[in-house]
Design a protein around this ligand. Structure first.
Ligand SMILES: [Zn+2]
Length: 267
């Protein structure tokens, strides 16, 4: 295992709804060659918690943001400054998750989601940090917002997290500072579209994640997910694209450092 090194680029472990502790997560992760994790905030209070937790563990980093499904609660005149301030923290290496989700009809209205997304992008670029994008059933609109943003900011960069296989997005990232992160669902039997995208994802743009506590990869499908399990996704990807596992883990490590600019671990 010495030559294998995984990072879970997207998990929600600071507020585990099953009561598991960070120590448990880290111990399990070490056993599986997973040595770093980015824990992701979903609203302001949750993001504060992510930052507070990350401060106590080397190799645990935080992202702060407002998830599109909670866009309704955003009050620009108060919340912009709160997120701006929080994102200054040195353990905060990205802003998110943020983005657009038009999957459910009763999701917050599009205009509101776009307002929040644009403000999160603004905060990220002003701190020169990448964004963690949640985009579901919204590829074209996500790209529209990003294209408007890149006219304003020269340092726009980010990760499409839990990638949904959009060919439009895969085409769009070419020549831009954007990465594609695959979650455990790429291992699911029904996910041919994700594997189709995986084969076409440039190696220097590839990342993997768990999105814990859900979406555990095969062979842990249906179980409570945790950062350790990103190793199964790594193994799956290496077999699927026919690349040696150590070689893949080295490439993913390079990619992570390129986008995030940090390298601490809990190893
Ligand atoms: Zn998430």
């Amino acid at each position: 295992m010495d030559n294998i090194f995984w990072t879970d680029t997207h998990a929600h472990i600071h507020d585990d709804e099953f009561g598991r502790t960070i120590e448990e997560f880290i111990n399990e992760a070490k056993e599986s060659g997973v040595y770093r994790c980015l824990t992701i905030g979903t609203d302001y209070e949750n993001s504060v918690m992510a930052v507070g937790t990350s401060k106590n563990y080397k190799g645990l980093y935080a992202a702060v943001g407002l998830h599109p499904e909670y866009a309704d609660i955003y009050n620009k005149s108060v919340d912009y400054d709160k997120f701006y301030k929080l994102a200054e923290n040195e353990k905060v290496i990205a802003v998110g998750e943020t983005g657009l989700d038009f999957f459910y009809e009763d999701n917050p209205e599009k205009e509101k989601q776009i307002e929040v997304f644009e403000d999160m992008i603004d905060i990220a670029c002003k701190h020169n940090k990448p964004i963690v994008i949640h985009s579901r059933s919204a590829a074209s609109q996500t790209i529209e917002v990003l294209e408007r943003a890149e006219k304003k900011y020269s340092n726009l960069k980010g990760i499409f997290h839990c990638f949904d296989g959009s060919m439009e997005v895969l085409e769009w990232i070419k020549g831009r500072s954007f990465y594609i992160s695959y979650a455990g669902n790429v291992t699911f039997k029904s996910a041919d579209n994700l594997r189709y995208a995986l084969e076409r994802t440039p190696q220097d743009r590839l990342l993997i994640e768990t999105d814990s506590p859900y979406l555990a990869p095969v062979p842990k499908r249906g179980k409570k997910n945790m950062p350790a399990y990103v190793s199964y996704t790594g193994k799956f990807v290496s077999e699927y694209i026919n690349m040696d596992m150590a070689e893949l883990s080295k490439i993913l490590e390079e990619n992570f450092k390129n986008i995030m600019g940090v390298s601490d671990t809990w190893k």
